[in-house]
Structure formats: C-alpha cells, structure tokens
Design a protein around this ligand. Structure first.
Ligand SMILES: Nc1ncnc2c1ncn2[C@@H]1O[C@H](COP(=O)(O)OP(=O)(O)OP(=O)(O)O)[C@@H](O)[C@H]1O
Ligand SMILES: [Mg+2]
Length: 218
C-alpha cells in the first residue's frame, strides 16, 4: 500500500468536524442563539454610540466561548461593512501572546497598523492604538484574559478600558470567583455582595476591577 494513501472512514462522512480545534459546521455555534442575541444586542450600542458595555464571558473549558465570540466578531464585522460603519473588531488570545506588550502588538497587527521591524517601546504602541481610535470605534475580544489580567507591569486591560470608543469582551475559564456571585446579589447591592467584590478586588490588587464589578452588578 502507498505510504500516504488516505483511507476514508466507513463511519464518519467528515471526520474533521470532530477535530477538537475545528469550527462549528458553517461557523454558527449550535444551541447558543439566546446568548448570541443577548451579546449582539449589547454590541449594537457601538454602532449607535461608539461604545457598549464591556462583557465578561466565563465558562468551563470547551463550552464554546471562543467559538461563540469569534462568530459574534465575524457577524459584527459584516454588519459594520453592510451599513458602512467604521466599527472594527479584533480578536487576540492572551494565552498565546502572554505579555501585555505582545498582546497590544497583536491587536495593532490585526488592525493593519504599519509597525516597524525593530521593536517599539510600549508607549509607542499605545500612541498607535490611540490614533487608530480617533478614526474608528473598536470591539476588542481578549481570550484567555487571565494570561495578562494580573500582570502588574503595564496593566493593558485597564489601559484599554480607559480608552474612548473601546468595548472589551474578556473571556476566561479561570476567573470564576469574579463572576460566580450568588444570584440574589445581582439584583441588589447588598453588604454581602460588597464583601465578595472586596475580596475579589483585593486578589487583583486593583480597585478599578472592583468598581467595574459593582457597576456591572448594579
Ligand atoms: N455551540 C457549539 N456548536 C458547535 N460547536 C461547538 C459549540 N461550542 C463549542 N463547539 C466546539 O467545541 C470545541 C471547543 O469549543 P471552544 O474552543 O469554543 O471552547 P472554549 O469555551 O473556548 O474552551 P476553553 O475554555 O478551553 O478555551 C470547538 O471545536 C468548537 O467548535
Ligand atoms: Mg477558548
């Protein structure tokens, strides 16, 4: 038998669909319509006001966070083109980029910002993203955000959060303590919620994290 002869499976019509890295068939995640509609409705604010509420997507490994967000970004891009809007989307996986510097560099590359071959200092990258934001609102999805969230030097997420016309989607399967608040805490800001937020905030060493959680809960 020739060495590389492909033997067709007699059980599976298309085995690639079962590859753990594969996209859902036709790119559309199954059984997530409600979540996708909810997120799309939040994103629609960007087209009207240049900015929407940031989103935090948490879920166990393999539950489809990456698949859903990539689909959502693709749909946002096509909608933006359809209506001739300047809104752009960016996806970056901080589990791969690891450092705030490489993460921001990756964001700029995806936006086709011309970058020199030799390394720029971090502040130059910040200047580049700030001038991009003068031209267009950005929806930035940072997957596996725990990879950079707690980096004390140059806290990129907080920096991006302070930029105008920037909406963030932060995705993680690890930061459960930040989101697993008891449901009853979500309707009122009780003392109990405040102590949970205080504990999570002190773990991050950044008060802005707590303030943003209070805002979201409220
Ligand atoms: N709703 C869905 N419909 C079809 N395929 C799905 C769905 N959710 C997940 N998948 C498939 O399951 C696999 C794992 O999904 P995905 O990588 O999006 O998970 P994840 O939540 O990002 O996991 P992790 O936390 O490990 O990053 C992928 O091949 C993806 O295409
Ligand atoms: Mg993922």
């Amino acid at each position: 038998m020739p060495m590389f002869e492909y033997i067709k499976s007699s059980i599976l019509l298309d085995p690639t669909i079962l590859d753990s890295q594969s996209d859902p068939p036709d790119g559309v995640p199954l059984c997530r319509q409600e979540d996708l509609t909810f997120m799309a409705s939040n994103i629609s604010d960007i087209f009207a006001m240049g900015r929407a509420r940031n989103m935090f997507v948490w879920g166990l490994p393999g539950t489809g966070k990456t698949a859903c967000i990539q689909y959502l970004l693709k749909e946002t891009e096509s909608h933006s083109k359809r209506i001739n809007s300047p809104v752009s989307t960016v996806y970056v996986n901080a589990g791969r980029t690891r450092s705030p510097y490489s993460t921001l560099l990756q964001i700029l590359k995806q936006l086709n910002v011309p970058l020199p071959d030799v390394g720029w200092q971090f502040f130059r990258l910040k200047q580049a993203i700030e001038s991009t934001l003068k031209e267009k609102p950005l929806l930035i999805a940072v997957d596996e955000v725990e990879g950079i969230l707690y980096k004390e030097k140059e806290p990129l997420i907080y920096y991006l959060n302070r930029q105008p016309k920037t909406t963030l989607i932060l995705i993680s399967n690890k930061l459960s303590q930040a989101t697993q608040l008891p449901e009853r805490c979500l309707s009122t800001i009780s003392d109990e919620l405040i102590s949970i937020v205080a504990k999570a905030t002190s773990d991050t060493n950044d008060i802005r994290f707590g303030i943003s959680m209070l805002l979201t809960a409220a």
